[in-house]
Design a protein around this ligand. Structure first.
Ligand code: SAM
Length: 232
């Protein structure tokens, strides 16, 4: 059974995809999706040998070796042209790492640009959305959910004919999440405000001139408060 987080990622993968799950760990996601008959074919990519072996075992145990190929590779190097991959999931890592994996794939052309991307950064969503924007991706869907006291964002992106120029605000908060107004979204950003207020309180007591840092954090708080409902 998938975690709530991975189950939601799975729902956002299009039906009958040929999926590459990068950083697949135990290959739980591709295994579950193939068992649900949602995928035609999948590659599970892992760069570390422990998780790679675990993924192979999981695929074999479920009798899915014909539908899922497990490869030991760095990022999108796990993808071969003949796989005809049209969906990519990269989940459970920092947004900067996901961005670097996409950038390397873009540079060595493992990433064709026509795949649906379903990305689940644990942190660092902004640099990831920056990369997607620069590379002409449209953010077609986003979701935010809470599991075990952690809040996760999911970003679904694809390249479209017309480019969208996302603003800095959209790249920070998520263009779709800004519109969805989910209670979890507000919870996340209220907690981000609280964290910054704690830092501010410490800075005002700190020695030396903290003016620049204080101003920076006050600016961030003001930006966040702009997207929060008035009462918070
Ligand atoms: N995707 C699964 C999930 O969301 O539950 C596993 C997440 S796990 C925290 C991150 C996995 O990514 C680890 O197994 C790690 O070895 C793998 N990983 C990290 N960098 C990678 C890279 N450059 N290429 C392939 N896998 C990578």
């Amino acid at each position: 059974l998938l975690s709530k987080r991975l189950a939601r990622v799975g729902e956002l993968v299009p039906e009958q995809s040929r999926l590459a799950d990068i950083g697949s760990d135990h290959a739980y996601l591709p295994v579950a999706l193939v068992l649900q008959k949602k995928l035609e074919f999948a590659v599970a990519g892992e760069v570390v040998s422990g998780p790679f072996e675990a993924a192979k075992k999981q695929v074999r145990k479920n009798g899915l070796s014909d539908q899922i190929t497990v490869r030991l590779a760095d990022g999108l190097d796990a993808v071969e042209k003949t796989d005809e991959i049209n969906a990519i999931t990269i989940c459970g890592m920092g947004g900067v790492l996901i961005r670097d994996i996409l950038e390397a794939g873009w540079t060595n052309q493992r990433l064709q640009g026509n795949e649906r991307l379903v990305l689940q950064p644990n942190i660092g969503e902004k640099p990831l959305r920056d990369w997607l924007t620069i590379h002409g991706y449209t953010i077609i869907d986003e979701d935010i959910l809470e599991e075990n006291n952690k809040i996760y964002e999911i970003i679904v992106a694809a390249r479209r004919e017309t480019r969208v120029a996302y603003s800095a605000k959209e790249r920070l908060f998520g263009p779709v999440l800004l519109k969805k107004q989910s209670p979890i979204f507000y919870k996340k950003w209220q907690s981000e405000v609280k964290q910054r207020e704690t830092i501010l309180a410490q800075l005002t007591k700190a020695s030396g001139d903290q003016t620049i840092r204080i101003q920076q954090i006050e600016k961030e708080i003001a930006e966040i408060k702009e997207v929060l409902p008035d009462e918070s």
